[in-house]
Structures are given as C-alpha cells and as structure tokens.
Design a protein around this ligand. Structure first.
Ligand code: ZN
Length: 251
C-alpha cells in the first residue's frame, strides 16, 4: 500500500451561505445539505462528516435555546434521523469509524467541537476542564483525527484561535492525518514532526496563550483604577506533557 492519503474538497454548501437570508431556519439549511450529501454519496464509496459551530440543527443542546426563535424542533429531529440513515454517509460526533485503505484498516475519530466564542456556538466548549474532558476521550490509537476547531498554533489564524488542549492531545495521539476547519483564512496544510523544534514552538505558543488568558482575566476582574499598572501574573501553568522534556521525549 502506498503511504499516501489524498484529500479532496467536496463542493458542499456552507451553512453560513445556506443560512441567508437571516430568516432561514437552521433545519432548512440542514435539509439542503442533506440532499447534497445524498447526491455526493453516489460518487464516493464512503463519506465521513462531522458538524461544526454553525450546525445548530445537529446539536441537541441548541434546541431549547432556538425554540423561541425558529420553532422547528420537529424538523430538526427528522433531519437528524435522516442524517443517520443517509446511505454512504458516516456522521461522527465524538466517536470513531473504521475504513479500509488498500490492505490496511484506518481508525478515524471525529469531533464537532470548537472553542465557544458566543452562546450561538453549536458544539462549543471552553478552555480548561471542558476542553480536557473532550479531548481526553479521544482514543490514542487512531490513524486519522477530524475536528472542527484547529489546535493552537497551526492554521488557526493571526489571532491563534486554536485550542491548547487539542495541541497537547496531538502530542499524545500523533495521528497520520488531522483534518480540521473553522478558521477560514488559514486553509492549507502543514507537516508536524513532533521533534525538538516543534516542541520549542509549541511551548512558546502555549506560554503566550496562557499569558493572554491571565491578562484577559485581570482586565475582567481587576478594578479599573488598578488596571493602569499593567502588572500581570508571572505564573504560567503549562500542560504537563509539554514541559516534561524538550524534543523527542515528549509524548
Ligand atoms: Zn467554524
């Protein structure tokens, strides 16, 4: 078997585009997408898909919040059932599937999670314990990881919107391929070697992110008359797996 995995961008509508005009219900855009997937499934032997932060109709935790806005709960439930039964489409939501690639079986794990930036975020989570709980459940023996949100520092935009905990999880899992989206302007690809250079870069990124979080907390909780001092805490808490050693010893 060749040691190559090829990826292809499928012409599927963005939920953002489908949501226009603003009056469109999430279940309406979801139904259009389901029809597109049904068509695509005739062209491919297997399609594996995850949700993202705009897929409100897929996230049951959005139902109550959206009920007064859209009144489309029945349509959402029908959509989810149809989605599960669409031939050739495998929907992953913090679970895995196996695909055959030549003479090898590949285990693929998919998660719709991304760091929540507002109450409108479907499948959103916050940094810290919620992020740890999410990424701890990802098995270590997977071959391909699919997530909606990026890891910190890689294709995650100028403001580094990626997740610290997902980056730490990558060091443990080291998948053959990690496919993710979310930060539109950062589309592309990069190769991770998990060597000393990467360890140095990742540690720097984690340190900077922690300091930003500490500063943000200080702005949030420090009385205004004390903010001008600009003092920030020197204590930076690093994930243990990134600080045990530099380079190849990391796991
Ligand atoms: Zn997104």
């Amino acid at each position: 078997m060749k040691n190559h995995i090829t990826t292809e961008q499928l012409p599927i509508s963005s939920p953002l585009d489908l949501a226009k005009p603003q009056s469109a219900k999430p279940s309406q855009s979801a139904t259009v997408r389901l029809e597109e997937l049904s068509t695509l499934s005739t062209q491919y032997s297997r399609i594996i898909i995850i949700g993202g932060n705009h897929d409100r109709a897929l996230d049951p935790s959005c139902d109550e919040r959206d009920a007064t806005l859209y009144n489309d709960l029945d349509a959402r439930i029908a959509y989810r059932e149809a989605f599960d039964n669409t031939l050739g489409v495998t929907y992953l939501c913090n679970n895995s599937t196996i695909v055959r690639a030549g003479d090898r079986m590949l285990r693929i794990w998919g998660s719709p999670g991304s760091i929540a930036t507002s109450r409108q975020t479907a499948f959103g989570y916050t940094a810290g314990s919620m992020a740890e709980e999410l990424w701890e459940q990802t098995p270590k023996d997977i071959d391909i990881l699919i997530t909606h949100g990026p890891p910190l520092g890689y294709l995650d935009g100028d403001n580094n919107l990626g997740c610290c905990t997902l980056l730490a999880a990558l060091w443990q899992i080291r998948p053959l391929l990690h496919v993710f989206g979310h930060v539109h302007q950062s589309r592309g690809r990069c190769v991770l070697k998990y060597n000393s250079n990467q360890a140095e870069y990742d540690t720097m990124m984690l340190s900077r992110k922690k300091r930003e979080e500490i500063d943000a907390e200080e702005v949030k909780y420090t009385p205004p008359h004390l903010r001008a001092a600009g003092e920030s805490s020197g204590a930076i808490s690093m994930p243990e797996q990134m600080t045990k050693s530099g380079g190849e010893g990391l796991y």
